[in-house]
Design a protein around this ligand. Structure first.
Ligand code: CTP
Length: 417
């Protein structure tokens, strides 16, 4: 079977040199890559580099090979298009429907999913003209990845960097998987807030009380939601995996920090998922110096942390859908359902995902096995890779949103779904 085809659009920004690496990363995802550049992209990187890495001649001029009508042919056969980097100028042209170069013309013809990875100086990204253009494009169904924060072209740093190429490639692959399974973008217009990872509570400047959570399931939920069109914020504690490109990331490593960050953001979220393994107890006054080895026994006094899920439930906007997890070491489905039901009631969530934890499944492993428990039903999702399971969880949540009339805020053109 031939590999899915992705068009990599490259526009004229300094991050164009990273597009060469992105070709590699896309190929690692088992994708065939066709590069289309604007004229100014070629001022940064030569065609030879793109052609050699992709294995295809570069399309850079609408007047070349006119008899083949390349922009139409390629747009019709590609599975997805990713423009990385997308400059402010390019976003403006696209938002206004210009087709005055081969890349813009291709995008105007395409009916496949389109992912845009903007990269520019902070001032340009934050300029209200760019903001309006990005909002317009998102409303039309384009998946616009928020740029990363870090060093920019000159001495300055801030928001505006091209996200990590490996993470862009993962998003592209996920979007193509959904498209090829005939699944649409059912979270467009929704704000999703997810907590992930495991908190750590300081004992002294060197030691902490923590847990084995890696953040893999929360990150998978974030990637899945992003590919379905949501605006995703991830509040992460001590993650051992990378955050997907385009997801807004907030670091919160202790239970207290996580509570603050979640409370700050939950009010504007349509769906909140408390996936993080939050410490139940913490040390109110951690030692400011390293605790020395003295007696045979050491007693540390622990205080209860605030239950973040319960607090979020108390102040939850009426239309918000609130999801919690229940991590249990049982192997018995009925026990898991009982425990999830009890947490559903005590924490007042809309859904509790009962999560089996053992050496081979759940916390820190690549696979998970869960039971989705609401007031009316319990649905088992058998053991599977965490990304596949994240998709299945979203399928379930989307159905629940539709039942209570909390689905999509602003439907998009189906062509780009
Ligand atoms: N949770 C939370 N704040 C805490 C502890 C847990 O918000 N301080 C959330 C978790 O993110 C999860 C849910 O509550 O969504 C259940 O967490 P879990 O650890 O399974 O249960 P606990 O409430 O901690 O109860 P127990 O440890 O006794 O099972």
């Amino acid at each position: 079977m031939s590999r899915p085809l992705v068009v990599l659009g490259v526009t004229g920004g300094i991050a164009a040199y990273k597009s060469a690496d992105l070709i590699r990363r896309l190929k690692e995802q088992d994708l065939d890559v066709q590069v289309i550049t604007t004229k100014s992209a070629l001022k940064f990187v030569g065609e030879t580099t793109f052609a050699a890495l992709s294995g295809h001649p570069v399309i850079s001029d609408i007047w070349n090979n006119a008899h083949e009508v390349e922009h139409v042919n390629v747009a019709k056969k590609t599975d997805a298009i990713v423009v990385a980097p997308a400059t402010a100028d390019f976003l403006a042209h696209l938002a206004y429907g210009f087709a005055n170069d081969v890349l813009l013309a291709t995008l105007l013809v395409a009916k496949c999913p389109i992912i845009l990875a903007p990269a520019m100086h902070t001032e340009m990204w934050e300029n209200s003209a760019t903001k309006e253009n990005v909002a317009t494009l998102r409303k039309r169904g384009f998946l616009v990845l928020d740029p990363a924060v870090g060093k920019l072209t000159g001495e300055d740093s801030g928001v505006g960097r091209l996200p990590d190429t490996t993470e862009i490639a993962q998003v592209v692959k996920q979007v193509i998987n959904r498209k090829n399974a005939n699944l649409g973008k059912d979270l467009v217009g929704l704000n999703v807030l997810i907590s992930a990872g495991g908190t750590r509570e300081a004992i002294d400047p060197i030691r902490f009380i923590g847990n084995r959570a890696s953040g893999k399931q929360g990150v998978a939920l974030a990637l899945s939601a992003l590919s379905r069109g949501a605006k995703v914020t991830l509040v992460g504690a001590n993650l051992s995996v990378n955050v997907p490109a385009g997801v807004e990331f907030i670091s919160a490593n202790t239970a207290k920090e996580m509570q603050e960050q979640m409370q700050l953001r939950a009010g504007s979220a349509d769906v909140v998922i408390m996936n993080a393994a939050v410490a139940d107890y913490f040390i109110a006054n951690p030692d400011s110096n390293k605790i020395k080895k003295k007696d045979d026994k050491l007693t540390i006094e622990l205080d209860k942390t605030t239950d973040i899920l319960s607090v979020l439930a108390e102040s939850k906007p009426i239309k918000q859908y609130l999801v919690g997890f229940a991590a249990e070491t049982t192997t018995d489905d009925d026990n898991l359902i009982t425990s999830a039901k009890s947490k559903l009631g005590s924490k007042k969530a809309d859904l509790i995902v009962g999560n089996k934890v053992s050496n081979s499944v759940g916390i820190s492993s690549d696979e998970n096995e869960v039971i989705m428990v609401t007031a009316n039903e319990a649905v088992l999702l058998p053991k599977a890779d965490k990304l596949l399971l994240a998709d299945a969880m979203w399928d379930f949540i989307v159905k629940q949103l539709a039942k209570v009339g909390r689905e999509e805020k602003s439907p998009v053109e189906p062509d780009l779904a």
